[in-house]
Ligand binder design. Structure first.
Ligand code: ZN
Length: 296
């Protein structure tokens, strides 16, 4: 699922491409994608895009007259910019077309699970209903971070990916953050020492900043200025998606905990003092303290 760095770069690219552009219409190609009915999509027709913003893992397109289109890509949703109207570009994977005067923004979703969504809302109040309330991990200082981490007693994996605590951290970047912080994904948040929470805060900001710059650079190098290779699995990652590959720090093979449709990757030397954390049975045991398969 695209997380904070990917979503931020999408928002920045869209704002560069589309600020001031007028939406001719939003054409919904697949009825499932639209999850709101009032205001109708027709309300957006003829409105100028004023700005974009990120709410958690959602991309918000802001239009004049206080109208917003809230796009949640979930796992397989992607945005594609087609400068020339892009009639030919529409196919089975196209869920919606934002047709602007300067080109068309396609919302696509690979596979057959229709999870990506669009909500059209009017007013800041209605928009706020889409915000789970997590703090921006890049903007929050160490005190606020400590407060959030200690609020409930859950595994660190769950704490970092809880959208009510932190905004925009999912399965991939939580693996990377915990590896950078040398902390076990199963450690309970309220068991952390002050030194460990501070280390987790630093690792969170470091991992997010590094990836944000990396993805910004990549987007700038694409012809359309929009992110093209949006994926949770990248060669530069240390442990996420690297099961049985050597940890870049110590060479130990990366291990995993499998749960529902996901897995958590970690280095058993850097993060758990040589302990393997087992498997499905364990994640069943953890139940409430473990992230669900699909966050927010
Ligand atoms: Zn290691």
């Amino acid at each position: 699922m695209p997380e904070l760095p990917d979503i931020t770069v999408y928002c920045e690219s869209l704002e560069r491409l589309l600020a001031g552009a007028t939406l001719k219409r939003l054409q919904v190609q697949n009825a499932f994608v639209l999850r709101s009915f009032d205001p109708p999509v027709a309300a957006l027709a003829g409105k100028r895009l004023t700005h974009t913003e990120r709410i958690g893992k959602r991309i918000v397109l802001g239009f004049e007259e206080d109208l917003f289109a809230v796009v949640h890509l979930m796992i397989a949703g992607r945005l594609k910019w087609v400068p020339d109207g892009g009639k030919g570009a529409t196919n089975k994977a196209t869920l919606a077309r934002f047709e602007f005067d300067s080109g068309t923004l396609l919302l696509t979703e690979a596979g057959s699970k229709r999870r990506a969504s669009i909500h059209v809302v009017r007013g800041r109040g209605a928009l706020a209903a889409h915000d789970p309330g997590g703090v921006d991990p890049l903007a929050c200082d160490v005190d606020e971070f400590v407060q959030r981490v200690l609020r409930e007693n859950h595994t660190l994996k769950r704490t970092l990916t809880d959208p009510h605590l932190f905004s925009g951290i999912g399965n991939a970047y939580s693996d990377e953050i915990l590896h950078a912080a040398r902390l076990s994904p199963l450690m309970l948040s309220q068991k952390l020492s002050r030194e460990e929470v501070v280390r987790l805060h630093a690792a969170t900001q470091e991992v997010m900043s590094i990836w944000l710059s990396r993805l910004r650079r990549e987007a700038a190098e694409t012809s359309g200025g929009m992110p093209e290779k949006v994926t949770a699995f990248r060669p530069e990652m240390a442990v996420h998606g690297k099961f049985k590959q050597p940890c870049p720090e110590c060479g130990t093979l990366v291990a995993r905990i499998v749960y529902s449709e996901n897995e958590c990757n970690y280095c058993p030397r850097c993060q758990t003092g040589g302990k393997l954390l087992a498997d499905r049975a364990l994640s069943r045991l953890l139940k409430d303290s473990w992230p669900k398969s699909i966050d927010d």
